[in-house]
Ligand binder design. Structure first.
Ligand code: MLT
Length: 304
């Protein structure tokens, strides 16, 4: 009997992958063979010696002490690509929300009193105040062309945007061809210069901390938008706030609450919703469950 300890709510379709005859899956297990989690942070926790594998129902693994576990011989799995469509949709939504000023516009309408005699005039005023711009022809920089970045690039192209991509790891031509018809930048600086929007799809590491910094934001076109649906810290929040206040940036859309910018009228902050769809939660849980079973039962390693 294998014992899998779960943290967070893992989608049922994932849990169902463990046959009851051979698996006990529960949150309170003391000496499990494997751990399955989503956002729970394992740093600083004592992980029992019984654990052979840790699986994250998501793509980023910065809530797992990967190096320590690897040195102990514990396999760490993630689910790359399983949430790519969900994140892509959020990025496209973010571009549209920002370009059309939809969040402040909706807040404005909610603040109006339909019984007030000035209601109609106020609605008319809102129509002018929140007028936006369209995306075709605008230049989007995509930093990171893994499963998510490629989907974002292709979706933006299909909406008529010009797309420029940068990914230092992708050198083979075939990988670039997955994202059809996008310009290939040789550096982050080159990708951002003259861009109307940037979206980041890289993990947070020493090299990507503040990747989108003050200087790079300044090199973008006036009225540009910055989107961070990846990890807090990849965009320099203070620099983005300053550029918004100076009028250089039009919008900052981030999937993390940024202290100090929460109520900024042109900042849209979300509670890390990128992978939060029924489909993505199921895909991630199923992928992780299958990988962990394959490892525990057959010793096979996929995405470790
Ligand atoms: C990811 O890394 O894929 C996401 O952070 C998943 C999540 O929201 O839990």
């Amino acid at each position: 009997m294998y014992r899998v300890k779960t943290y967070n709510n893992i989608a049922l379709r994932g849990l169902e992958r463990f046959p009851r005859e051979t698996y006990e899956v529960a949150s309170g297990l003391e000496d499990p063979d494997a751990i399955m989690l989503r956002s729970h942070d394992l740093h600083g926790e004592t992980i029992p010696d019984s654990v052979l594998a840790v699986g994250r129902a998501g793509s980023g693994v910065n809530n797992i002490p990967v190096q320590d576990l690897t040195e102990r011989g514990v396999a760490v799995f993630n689910a790359p690509g399983a949430n790519a469509n969900a994140v892509k949709e959020l990025v496209i939504a973010g571009l549209l929300l920002g370009a059309r000023n939809l969040v402040p516009a909706a807040g404005y309408v909610q603040s109006l009193d339909p019984d007030d005699s000035g209601f109609t005039a106020a609605v008319e005023q809102g129509k002018k105040r929140f007028s936006g711009f369209e995306l075709p022809g605008r230049r989007l920089a995509v930093l990171g062309l893994g499963a998510i970045g490629v989907k974002v690039a292709n979706a933006a192209r299909s909406m008529g945007m010009e797309v420029v991509g940068f990914d230092p790891k992708i050198t083979v031509e075939s990988a670039w061809q997955m994202a059809s018809d996008i310009e290939r930048a040789r550096s982050v600086d080159a990708a951002l210069e003259g861009a109307d929007a940037v979206t980041v799809h890289v993990p947070l590491t020493e090299n990507t901390q503040n990747l989108v910094n003050a200087e790079r934001i300044r090199s973008m076109n006036p009225g540009a938008m910055v989107l961070n649906m990846a990890r807090d810290g990849i965009v320099d929040d203070a620099a983005a706030g300053e550029a918004l206040n100076e009028g250089h940036l039009h919008a900052y859309v981030t999937d993390f609450p940024v202290p100090g910018l929460l109520d900024h009228p042109r900042v849209i902050t979300l509670p890390h919703l990128g992978a939060s769809t029924t489909e993505s939660e199921e895909n991630c849980a199923v992928m992780i469950a299958d990988q962990m079973r394959d490892y525990l039962e057959n010793g096979n390693v996929v995405n470790s």
